[in-house]
Design a protein around this ligand. Structure first.
Ligand code: DSN
Length: 448
């Protein structure tokens, strides 16, 4: 395995773990919609000597010496983000998506304020006010929902905003397969005096690739992680829009102060450099083609699943994601399908669906995405093949139903695992998955 010689020499245990994970990524189909494969350039920057530096503060205003090169890296990341997204201000220091969203609260809200976000089990994110997140405990959270057809209920969101007068409204989520109605949310925020924060973590690559509407005209603040469709390293950014500055001329300063010193210490400079490289990569024509292909693949996957008897939330997709509704196979069956898919080398996650009759740990859906497979250069033809295989797996575990009594679930799952481990149909699918992966190398430059 090239590039890990020093790990191999220093720590054989960790070397073999990394090697195992490389094998899993190579020989499997990575279909978690929030994951992707960064370029080797991004990975080199993240594994570079930039990890050795401390840089509390911002470019030109640091609390430590020796930051001239770090300032250049941070300014490059900021300039590229501003240009790519068309925003006047960006903070590239948040460690990840959740801390970025916390910084937005810190900048805009006080404890006890009313906030609104898409309900978690309707596809929303924990940090948009869910009860188990600090955001649901510190603030008066009023969630909005999706309609029975799975689309966001914009009329309900408007009504709730008018009744509750939130300080902050979130739009953007983690399990929603349709275009976000940014314009309508912008109008709701304007009508009620709220700030609108668009969390585009999942779709930022699609936004810069021109295959999803940008929220920049409609929101005051935009947050995104950098490692999903944007294909950078794990990190996040907070952008302030012209609309945001028009509402509060001090908004950029408030966001920066909330990130540091409000919530974080030294930024992860090696990650900042990786973000800068990813933003450069995302600004070229090839990335636009990539973004377009992600959506084409997602639509082809949705069609293949439906053609093979699988029900989808909203009956399809506009973005990088497909959400399978497993309720025709019984409530809470996501765990059986996820584990059987894992066994054949298709990595997904069990997920709640709107109005899930089961729980978040034993949900009734499976979330799938195409960004990582598209990075591997797979196209519609492969999606048809994969959709058929996923459907075969779903039907192979048909009949397994989660026991109602919690104390019986452990034994039931153990016997389920034993039985699928010996299932000839699944063994055959596993071989087909490996064959397919071999045709689409993970990092051809490294021969893997
Ligand atoms: N964990 C991310 C996702 O999978 O969507 C959200 O935080």
């Amino acid at each position: 395995m090239k590039g890990y010689e020093y790990v191999e020499k220093a720590d054989s245990e960790l070397f073999s773990i990394i090697k195992g994970e490389l094998g899993r990524q190579r020989e499997g189909l990575e279909m978690i919609p929030s994951e992707n494969f960064t370029s080797l350039a991004v990975m080199q920057a993240v594994g570079s000597i930039l990890t050795n530096k401390y840089s509390e503060g911002y470019a030109g205003r640091r609390y430590y010496g020796g930051n001239n090169f770090i300032d250049m890296a941070e300014r490059a990341a900021m300039d590229r983000a501003k240009k790519l997204f068309g925003v006047p201000h960006v903070n590239v220091q948040p460690y990840s998506g959740s801390p970025a969203n916390f910084a937005v609260y810190m900048a805009l809200c006080s404890p006890g304020d009313t906030i609104m976000g898409q309900n978690l089990t309707d596809g929303g994110h924990l940090t948009h006010g869910w009860k188990t997140s600090m955001t649901g405990k510190l603030f008066n959270s009023v969630p909005y929902h999706v309609k029975p057809d799975g689309y966001i209920d914009i009329d309900e969101a408007r009504k709730l905003a008018k009744e509750n007068k939130p300080v902050l409204i979130w739009v953007g989520s983690t399990a929603y397969t349709r275009e976000f109605p940014f314009k309508e949310f912008g109008e709701i925020a304007d009508e009620t005096g709220a700030y609108l924060a668009a969390d585009i973590s999942h779709i930022s690559g699609l936004v810069v690739g021109g295959v999803h509407t940008s929220p920049v005209k409609y929101a005051h603040v935009v947050t995104t992680t950098t490692h999903k469709t944007l294909r950078g390293p794990r990190g996040a950014m907070i952008m302030v829009t012209e609309k945001g500055i028009a509402k509060d001329p001090l908004l950029s300063e408030k966001i920066d102060k909330a990130v540091f010193p409000g919530l974080q210490g030294g930024p992860h400079d090696h990650v900042t450099a990786g973000i800068a490289i990813a933003l450069l990569e995302a600004s070229n024509a090839e990335f636009r083609e990539y973004a377009k292909q992600i959506v084409n693949n997602s639509r082809a996957l949705a069609k293949a699943l439906k053609d093979n008897g699988i029900k989808l939330v909203t009956d399809g997709t506009d973005n990088h994601m497909v959400l399978i509704d497993l309720t025709p196979f019984g409530k809470g069956t996501g765990i059986f399908v996820q584990e059987a898919l894992d066994l054949v080398g298709i990595t997904t996650n069990k997920n709640t669906i709107p109005n899930d009759p089961s729980s978040a740990f034993y949900p009734s859906g499976i979330r799938l995405g195409t960004p990582a497979l598209t990075t591997r250069k797979m196209k519609e033809k492969e999606m048809a093949e994969i959709g058929a295989m996923i459907s075969e797996v779903v039907f192979a575990v048909k009949g397994y139903v989660l026991p109602e009594a919690k104390e019986h679930r452990g034994t039931y799952l153990a016997s389920f695992r034993e039985s699928i481990a010996n299932d000839a149909r699944l063994k055959d699918i596993k071989k087909r998955v490996v064959d397919l992966c071999e045709r689409f190398p993970l990092y051809p430059e490294l021969g893997v």
